[in-house]
Ligand binder design. Structure first.
Ligand code: PGA
Length: 255
């Protein structure tokens, strides 16, 4: 794993956006794996700025998001479809028919998950996968004890995840219990992974992901088995790393 410790949260988000923009310049027809959540908002804002400055374009790219809540239609205000339109798709030149999320209100959610997995494979898998991490070590909605061999499927959200995401709803009780999420094996098929974590609340999960054992108890630790992972952190999220000096020695200032 390449571990980049970038100082502030905004610098870290900018660094993640730089890696995405560089990939789009190198391979305009790349397939991006996209994430949602609070952390990604700054990444998308930085990407929109880079797009407006003429640094990168999305017209030839394609995207697949990690997950969607079961039961939420694409136009539901709390759906990830809506999040993506608001934070990225509505502001850049992605062709609408080249952006994909699982359909949360599909009548048969597991059939929808299978269809989504097949669509990712048919697209030749993900080129660059953007990830956040949950305080419990989840990636996508692969909660602790998810199979490291899992494919896209319906998962029950952990109570901690529903509590963490309650800020996007009227309250914890309104957060759906189920989600369709890419599996850990789906994510590991990506050619390149960029994971961003900021804030002290993520520090323990980050240390377990990078320095702990590979274990389904911390799903993000599965990334240790991937050849090309860049973990981008701010100072606070790097706070519990035992080998911090080493990472900073290799990549001073996260460069
Ligand atoms: P957050 O979510 O960016 O809202 O903290 C990250 C995640 O749960 O993967």
């Amino acid at each position: 794993m390449k571990v980049l410790i970038c100082g502030g949260a905004e610098t870290a988000a900018g660094r993640a956006a730089d890696l995405v923009a560089a990939r789009l310049r190198r391979a305009p027809a790349t397939t991006l794996g996209l994430a949602t959540g609070g952390t990604m908002e700054a990444v998308y804002a930085a990407l929109i700025a880079r797009h407006r400055a003429g640094d990168c374009g999305f017209a030839a790219a394609r995207s697949f998001n990690l997950d969607e809540y079961v039961g939420l239609a694409p136009d539901h205000p709390c759906s990830y479809w809506r999040y993506m339109r608001e934070h990225l798709f509505g502001h850049v030149d992605f062709a609408p028919d080249r952006t994909h999320l699982p359909q949360g209100d599909a009548p048969d959610p597991q059939a929808e998950a299978d269809r989504y997995e097949a669509a990712i494979r048919a697209a030749g898998d993900i080129g660059l996968q953007l990830l956040g991490i949950g305080a419990n070590g989840h990636i996508g909605f692969n909660e602790p004890t998810s199979s490291l061999a899992s494919l896209t499927r319906v998962k029950t959200l952990a109570r901690a995840t529903r509590a963490a995401n309650a800020r996007f709803f009227s309250g914890s009780e309104d957060v759906p219990r189920l989600a369709i999420t890419m599996g850990i094996a789906t994510i590991l098929r990506a050619e390149e992974v960029v994971l961003l974590a900021v804030g002290e609340a993520k520090a323990e999960a980050v240390a377990r992901m990078i320095e702990g054992p590979v274990s389904a108890f911390c799903p993000a630790s599965a990334l240790q088995t991937h050849r090309r992972v860049t973990v981008i952190l701010d100072d606070a999220a790097a706070g519990q790393l035992a080998l911090r000096d080493y990472y900073e020695d290799i990549h001073p200032g996260g460069m």
